[in-house]
Design a protein around this ligand. Structure first.
Ligand code: G
Ligand code: G
Ligand code: NA
Ligand code: MN
Length: 252
């Protein structure tokens, strides 16, 4: 409960920040976008992992306010970067199903981008099917409205849920993200390799954008490229980094 209070005041008074993990084109290793990842420095405990405080925020419902903060900060960052005259990278933001369940979320997000004078396709909303299973109907309605408004939607951790394939029929997706557990085992395990190859073909056939997560070495990068995967994210290229480092990377 104390942690929850500290989180509450961090939303209002600072302590939260975003790190950015670049997404690259496998062919050139050039950066085309990033995933925004939330960081919280607790006043006494120091930096806490989102793996610890996101579940807490989900339980307490604080995730709705935190998620709003993350989206506002991502838009503010895009506006700051625009001032440098660079081509803007696409920013992916992790979205909780609790945000989608709010009837006013699509309209709120639309107004946010209008007020920052940003194109909607600069944002990609990353969702997980495990999250969606909790309240499917309402979340689905929101996703459809978001897609109609021009937002991009990515299915995160693809392949790890219970019903991955049936979700492909229901969800208005732009992008699949191959879960890093498959990528990690790919070079040693034939089954994982087949799964990755199948997901790549599936994405091509469904005309979806595709990103491989968790690429940690050159062997994995080459295997993915050979199988026709064009985009990746992982420690082999870049770790999540503070905004200043990401901007330095963009401006070369
Ligand atoms: O950055 P790291 O690997 O520590 O993140 C751990 C987990 O926290 C990941 O599953 C990531 O999706 C989640 N996470 C990070 N930032 C956010 C955020 O802004 N919102 C939500 N809902 N989850 C996040
Ligand atoms: O899919 P999800 O949103 O949970 O993924 C985000 C998390 O994955 C972040 O916490 C990030 O630090 C982590 N991550 C990103 N690239 C790699 C990688 O190459 N290897 C491992 N082990 N974790 C990674
Ligand atoms: Na994600
Ligand atoms: Mn993921």
């Amino acid at each position: 409960l104390k942690l929850e209070q500290a989180l509450r005041s961090a939303i209002k008074g600072g302590g939260l920040s975003l790190h950015y993990q670049p997404k690259v084109r496998l062919e050139t290793a050039g950066v085309y976008g990033a995933e925004a990842l939330l960081r919280w420095t607790h006043p006494e405990l120091g930096p806490l992992s989102p793996a610890v405080f996101i579940p807490l925020a989900e339980e307490s419902g604080l995730i709705v306010e935190i998620g709003a903060w993350v989206l506002q900060e991502a838009c503010n960052a895009l506006v700051r970067w625009r001032a440098s005259g660079q081509q803007l990278p696409r920013i992916a933001v992790n979205i909780s199903v609790q945000q989608l369940e709010r009837e006013d979320f699509p309209g709120w997000l639309e107004r946010l981008l209008i007020s920052h004078q940003l194109e909607r396709d600069l944002l990609e909303l990353e969702i997980t099917e495990t999250g969606l299973m909790q309240n499917e109907q309402r979340a689905l309605r929101s996703l459809v409205r978001l897609q109609q408004k021009g937002f991009r939607i990515a299915l995160d951790d693809f392949g790890t849920g219970y019903s991955s394939l049936s979700y492909l029929r229901k969800l208005p997706l732009s992008t699949l993200k191959i879960d890093r557990s498959f990528v990690m085992d790919m070079s040693a395990d034939k089954v994982s390799l087949s799964i990755v190859r199948t997901i790549i073909q599936l994405a091509h056939n469904l005309d979806l954008d595709l990103v491989a997560e968790g690429v940690e070495d050159e062997i994995q990068a080459q295997l993915l490229l050979d199988m026709g995967c064009e985009q990746a994210q992982g420690f082999h290229y870049h770790r999540p980094m503070p905004e200043a480092d990401f901007v330095a990377l963009l401006t070369g």
